[in-house]
Design a protein around this ligand. Sequence first.
Ligand SMILES: Cc1cc2nc3c(=O)[nH]c(=O)nc-3n(C[C@H](O)[C@H](O)[C@H](O)COP(=O)(O)O)c2cc1C
Length: 254
Amino acid sequence: MKETLKILLSHVSVRQFTDKKISKDDEMLIVSTAQRSSTSSNRQAYSIIGIRNKQKKEKLAKLSGGQQHVVDSSLFLVFCADLYRLEQINKKKKYETHSGYTELFIIATVDAALVAERALITAQTLGMGGVMVGGIRNNPEEVGQLLKLPNLVYPVMGMSLGYPLKESKLKPRLDINAIYHREEYSDVEYPKYISEYDKTIQELGHLKGREQLVEKYPKFDGLYSWSEHTARRHAEIVRPHMKSYLQSKGFMKD
Ligand SMILES: Cc1cc2nc3c(=O)[nH]c(=O)nc-3n(C[C@H](O)[C@H](O)[C@H](O)COP(=O)(O)O)c2cc1C
């Protein structure tokens, strides 16, 4: 199999790192390959902030919900949606701007996500490992202050990168037919795919000891697997502050 395919098919998030540092050359290789990502209308509506400073990583780890791998990473990257640079161009030319429209928010967010995925693939190709960090949006205001993010720039996700301490177990996915629909969308087989996946995850013990919100579901006595775990998480409101935060940063009109 081609090397690239092997790397793509063996993706696994890595949260424990050795002390080995990522070289400056490899750091720039990660960023420059990421920069070759497709970008909507070549707007390049994103920025990446690279952090090696220990104190800063400690603060970011705390702001991301106490994620130790942020501190332990050799390099922590923050991928931001960025409409600020584009707004500056328009201001200089005295043209109108419409940054508060949802579509521009989507464009900038998708740009940042595409770049992030490529950065991770490059790191994996170079023998490193890493994990994306949505936890960076737990306290986006404080993260923004720490990183001096201007208006119209928000952190979409972080990424801890380093050399893996140990081999991590591959996490299986749903049956491919659950996510790939030919010609039209179909949910007919969802119950089958979900119960099969629950069995797989159960057998591999991926969620052992990771039961969510046990006190909220005292009567539950079924199989605790992916669907139960995910349903419990999906029943919670995630980061309710994001809408007002994005409004305050100029991304959403109302
Ligand atoms: C946008 C995004 C945000 C994520 N945020 C976190 C995070 O804050 N902390 C963490 O440990 N993992 C995070 N992850 C990693 C996922 O938990 C992980 O990809 C998923 O469980 C599948 O496991 P795998 O990547 O090992 O296959 C995030 C993944 C994505 C795509």
